[in-house]
Structures are given as C-alpha cells and as structure tokens.
Design a protein around this ligand. Structure first.
Ligand code: LLP
Length: 429
C-alpha cells in the first residue's frame, strides 16, 4: 500500500478517510489531497535538508499543484515558492505568500509578467535569456529598483527520464548554454547593469529522477563554470539553485532515492567542488515539486461501464480521463489503482482503464489486475497529486474535478467542481 492508505471494512481509507464516502459526498472524478502527507514531506525537507545543512533554502515548485490553500500550507512550513507564470505569481500574491520568498522562472516570460515580478518585489527572477535580461533591467531601472537575479544554466546533462520532462540537455529550450562566448555576453552584460543584481546560478535537469547521478554530474559542470566566471570576472555566486526533479513512487517498480539520499550527496558535491575550485560555498537551494505532492494525492473515479472484447481485452470506462490526468497520454506514465469499495476482493481480472474522451489515446492504465468490477464501483488511482490538477483541461467540455483536502480523518472541499455554466462563462456571443 502507498503512504496514508489503509484497508477498513473492505474499503480503501486514505489519510483516515473512507474514500467511498468521499466519492459519495463530493462526487467523482475527485482529486483527494492529503494535507497530512503534504506537511510530512514539507517537514522532511526541513529536517533532512534545511536543518541538516547550513545556509540552505528550499522552494516548492508550485507548477506541480498550486491552489491558494497550498500556497498557505507551504508558507506555514517555512519554504519559498517557485512560480513560472503571471497566473502562478498572482495566486501566490492572493494567498498572501511573502514575495521575497518567491522565485520567478520561465523560458519565455512576457513583458507584463516581468513588470509584475518587479512591482511585486519577488525574491529572485531566474533569467533564461538575453532579451529577458535587457527587458528586466530596463523595467527595474524605470521603477528605481534593482532586481536580484539568477541565471538559469544548461549544464548539458542527459537525465534519463522521459524526453518531454528532461530539461538539462545541451539542445534544451531552457537556460543558457555554457558556451564561452555566450557566457561572456550574459555575465558581462549583467554585471554592468544597474537594474539587476546577479546573485548566482540555477539549473534544473529533469523531473521524476530516481537516482542522483545526473544532479551530481550537473553540479560538477556548473561549479567548473563558476570557477571560470570567478577567474575572468571576479564574480562569486552567493546562491546556487540545484532545481527539483526528485522522483516518487507511481508503481511498485519505482524505487526512488530518499530526499536525504539526493541532498546529502548534492551538498557534499557542492562543498567538495567549491573547496577544489577555490569558490566560497554559496547558499544551496532546492526546488522540489512532485516530491512534495505526488504521493499525497489520489483520484477517485466512478466506473461507468465494463466491456469485454472476447479473447482480446476487457475495458473499464471511468468518468474522467485525459482532461484530469493527461500524463499517460503525454508521457506514457504508468499508474496503479484499486477498487476502493472492494479492497479485499481477489484481483482475478486484467482490465484496461479507459477515460471518457473521444480519443483513442485516452487510456489511463493499460493491463491492471483488479477484482471483477462493475458499473458503480469506485476506482482509486494512486500518486496523482502532482501535475494532474495543475495540468487539467476541459477537453470534450468535461468540468474539472473538485479538490478535497483530508487531514487525519477530516475532510473539506478545497476547490469546488467546475459547473457546466463555468464552461461557457467566458463566451460573449
Ligand atoms: N524547478 C524548475 C525550474 C522546473 O522546471 C521544475 C519542473 C521544477 C523545479 C520541479 O520539478 P519536480 O521536482 O516536480 O520534478 N509535467 C511533467 C513535469 C514537468 C516538470 C517541469 N519542471 C510531468 O507531469 O511529469
């Protein structure tokens, strides 16, 4: 069983709540997020990283799952927030998140987004390209500000994850290549600017990484780069942001390294490298998203149909699909599931779980063994806390699911379900 799960009275309980009851009360499809598990992870960031290593900081990558409530939970546990758009920044502000703890990312920020970042006074803008650097400098000077920035670097490390979530390789659309001529353009320009203050560097090499090798390789490469910058420009970074990417368990086959397994080795690599390269040890920052919320969420669906193609396949049709979880269609992501209302029954059947969209690729899980299932049963899919709610769409005009937050047997509606009226609300004709 995954974290927070128990079997009681033949039902699946999650964070002390009967999931069949949750489905009945709030309807399906339903995202269930455990505040207990989210806080456990945030506290583990504190105990295994922030309190274990001096001069460190952690920001939660809110693209994984962002609601106003989530921003407040993150704040109450003392972490900062990574935002990647005007929308995420707006929500952080609305939630009352302290702006000086916000890191603003993105490879193609708009002028309006940069204005927002300057006027709200975000803690760091992570600059991706020369156009952004120049625009930001101008906007800041016009407002009498000096914005602290990091440069996002592309360390050229291949991170052995799905190509669509790998971001650190040489031809990546993200970040600044470590090529010497490019380097001189950026560093030279930034150090001469009055509207920005270069504080250091950032990289993020990929997501759902189960081992730490790629992070360690990237650290070595980036420290080498920083050593050259120190030699040629006399500039020493005070911040080094090592990104996120720490993997979680989707299926029994996934065995991710623990957080400390990653971060102890990463801190040792930074400290060892700094000593070797003659660099002052910078503040070390991490940016986990999926690791905080992935296993803290499950999705409940009602089974609408069970269809047999004799000798070929048995399909279960559920009341959601790619609009609430695009990851199987986008990345071939694999998930595990159980029949929440019949958790003790023997898993004798092999089913393929199909979503309800008019799209052949809308398959949530291929070939999963489950007990004999029938219409009306509740299917619980595990590890849907990251990149599900935040990536949801309205394809086929499906209203986006509600989010229920649980905490040790208690539950409350955190985001209401979209209505059909919501779906047409923006239409003027
Ligand atoms: N920092 C930066 C700059 C990032 O681009 C990302 C994720 C993170 C931190 C957090 O990464 P995490 O710890 O969550 O792995 N939609 C994809 C994942 C895309 C990740 C994009 N960047 C998925 O569903 O697998």
């Amino acid at each position: 069983m995954m974290p927070g799960m128990e079997k009681r009275n033949d039902h699946l309980f999650f964070d002390g709540c009967d999931t069949v009851e949750l489905a009945r009360i709030y309807g399906t499809p339903l995202y269930v997020m455990s505040e207990t598990l989210i806080r456990e992870r945030l506290r583990e960031v504190r105990t295994s990283f922030l309190e274990r290593h001096r001069n460190t900081f952690a920001v939660y990558a809110s693209k994984a799952f962002q609601t106003l409530e989530m921003c407040r939970i993150v704040e109450s546990e003392g972490l900062g927030l990574d935002v990647v758009s005007g929308g995420e920044l707006y929500a952080a502000k609305r939630a009352g998140f302290p702006m000086d703890k916000v890191f603003f990312h993105g490879n193609s920020k708009t002028v309006d987004e940069l204005v927002m970042a300057v006027e709200l006074g975000v803690g760091r803008v992570v600059v991706d390209n020369l156009d952004e650097l120049k625009t930001l400098d101008g906007l800041a000077r016009a407002r009498g500000r000096r914005v602290p920035i990091l440069f996002r670097l592309t360390p050229g490390v291949d991170s052995h994850t799905h190509e669509y979530v790998s971001t650190g390789q040489l031809d990546s659309k993200f970040g600044i290549p470590l090529d010497p001529t490019v380097r001189d353009e950026y560093i030279g320009a930034a150090l001469a600017m009055k509207g920005v203050k270069l504080e250091g560097f950032h990289f993020h090499i990929g997501s759902q990484l189960l081992v730490r090798d790629s992070h360690l390789k990237a650290i070595e490469i980036v420290l080498g780069f920083m050593c050259g910058v120190k030699k040629d420009y006399g500039f020493e970074a005070t911040d080094l942001n090592l990104g996120g990417g720490f993997g979680v368990r989707y299926t029994r086959q996934d065995e991710p390294e623990s957080l400390a397994g990653f971060t102890d080795a990463m801190v040792a690599a930074v400290e060892g490298g700094c000593a070797r390269f003659g660099l002052a040890r910078p503040r070390i920052i991490i940016e986990p998203g999926r690791w905080i919320v992935g296993e803290a969420g499950i999705t409940l669906y009602t089974i609408n149909s069970v269809k047999e193609i004799p000798g070929i396949k048995n399909y279960i049709g559920v009341d959601g699909g790619m609009p609430d979880n695009p990851r199987p269609a986008l990345y071939g992501a694999r998930y595990e599931a159980v029949l929440a209302n019949s958790i003790d029954a023997e898993r004798t059947e092999l089913y393929t779980v199909a979503g309800k969209c008019c799209e052949t690729g809308d398959i949530l899980i291929r070939d999963i063994s489950l007990p004999i299932s029938e219409a009306g049963d509740i299917l619980a899919v595990f590890t849907t806390g990251a990149y599900n709610h935040s990536m949801a769409s309205n394809y086929n005009r499906l209203p986006r699911p509600a989010v229920v937050m649980t905490a040790a047997g208690r539950h409350r509606l955190s985001v209401r379900r979209e209505t059909f009226e919501d779906l047409v609300a923006r239409e003027l004709g």
